[in-house]
Design a protein around this ligand. Structure first.
Ligand code: NAP
Ligand code: MG
Length: 398
């Protein structure tokens, strides 16, 4: 068989632990036998990030901006334990955070739906894609533990030294205090990316915040979305037959639970953090959740939503059998290959991505699955596979 040709390389970001093992299996067994794979390889494994003082992460993000499509393996975000485990020079930042900051992107997460693993929410027939604004708010907060009686104020000093002051609270006793911020440019990028992604996937877009309480802060999010929609997207949405609507976050949550799915739910940073865990849990397994970082310039980085599955990796190192689910990582590859095919005008590559996904899903639908899915499935004739055998089963179908 002649292999499918590529034109532009994919940016390949290798990663850590069990997902690094999966990465190699997927490439060796499911991709390279069929595709004349062209990648520009960046090793984001913990050791190599340390050796390069994390420059490799920055380089990989810049390469993504240059070529337009990347596929990323899960990576360790170091904490104190990891600093000791890998004898790191310092506690590096999260690679995903670094890449996101360089690409100014928004993360879209969607569950992979497969027959036999039904969402807990019965009405959900199609996947709900969650878009999280990954900038600012509580993640960049400044906090004070208030020791006792006193007055808290919010002060902004402009570049000419003019001050705007708001009293926050007169404390009578100990308490806590927090300040948050966001910037129009980031909110606009977020909005733009959401509108573009809705158009490119042909799905409705929902956005919600708490603007009834947070009139200026959340109100600014609402207004930026609405102005952009009215000015740049209304006509295009109507032509495509999709809608945008804004509502209060409480109302959105209630509606989501009663919906059929099949739309994009844009969330502020914290809402997105929490709601994406809710949607993914309701859909079964973190291992069935895809994630794509999209920049307002139309650059895409695909990955699995889960981490490096550390516990399985330690078993693997001890020579014990593992049953780690590779589906989300396979879909990261298929998503990236499809997008590369689309951008380069390679219908064969796009078709291959579809076949890879179909082979993966039909393997599960015919009862072959990893352990994490066994308790979730409604199928009865089940064969539990170890990591390698599951990939081999997909290979047979492919
Ligand atoms: P995790 O790797 O997602 O794993 C958490 C647990 O979820 C696993 O122990 C496993 O449960 C289950 N699980 C996740 N993915 C699975 C899969 N593909 N197949 C089967 N089971 C799966 O999260 P973590 O343990 O909190 O984090 C481990 C490392 O990953 C950390 O160093 C963290 O920094 C990193 N991380 C990276 C990313 C990323 O790069 N995008 C995201 C999150 C976390 P059982 O053990 O019960 O089987
Ligand atoms: Mg979370």
């Amino acid at each position: 068989m002649e292999k499918i040709k590529m034109v532009t390389p994919l940016v390949e970001m290798d990663g850590d632990e069990m997902t690094r093992i999966l990465w190699k299996y997927i490439k060796d067994d499911l991709i390279e036998p069929f595709v004349d794979l062209k990648t520009e390889y960046y090793d984001l494994g913990m050791k190599h990030r340390d050796e390069t003082d994390d420059q490799v992460t920055i380089d990989s993000a810049r390469a993504t901006a240059k070529y337009g499509v990347a596929v990323k393996c899960a990576t360790i975000t170091p904490n104190q334990k990891r600093v000791e485990e890998y004898d790191l020079k310092k506690m590096y930042k999260s690679p995903n955070g670094t890449i996101r900051a360089i690409l100014d992107g928004t993360v879209f997460r969607a569950p992979i739906q497969v027959k036999g693993i039904e969402p807990n929410v019965k009405s959900w027939k199609k996947p709900i894609t969650l878009a999280r604004h990954a900038y600012g708010d509580v993640y960049k907060n400044t906090e004070i533990r208030v020791g006792g009686k006193g007055t808290a104020k919010l002060v902004f000093t402009d570049e000419n030294g003019n001050e705007t002051t708001e009293k926050v609270f007169d404390f009578e006793g100990p308490g806590v205090l927090q300040a948050q911020y966001n910037i129009d440019s980031s909110i606009s990028s977020f909005a733009k990316t959401c509108f573009e992604y809705a158009l490119s996937t042909g799905q409705d877009l929902w956005f919600a915040s708490k603007d009834t309480i947070s009139k200026k802060y959340d109100g600014q999010f609402r207004d930026i979305f609405q102005e952009m929609y009215d000015k740049e997207y209304k006509t295009r949405f109507e032509e495509k037959g999709i809608t945008y609507f804004y509502t209060l976050i409480d109302d959105a949550v209630a509606r989501v639970m009663k919906s059929e799915g099949g739309f994009i739910w844009a969330c502020k940073n914290y809402d997105g953090d929490v709601m994406s865990d809710m949607v993914s849990s309701a859909c079964g397994s973190l291992a069935l959740m895809t994630s794509v970082l999209v920049s307002p310039k139309g650059v895409y980085e695909y990955e699995a939503a889960h981490g490096t599955v550390q516990r399985h990796y330690y078993k693997h190192l001890k020579g014990e059998e593992t049953s780690t689910n590779p589906v989300a990582t396979i879909f990261a590859w298929s998503g990236a290959l499809r997008k590369r095919g689309e951008l380069d005008g390679l219908p064969e590559l796009e078709a291959f991505a579809g076949r890879l996904e179909k082979a993966t899903l039909s393997t599960i639908e015919s009862g072959y699955m990893t352990k994490d899915l066994v308790n979730l499935t409604t199928l009865t004739d089940i064969h539990v596979c170890n990591t390698e055998d599951f990939i081999k089963k997909i290979r047979e179908r492919l």
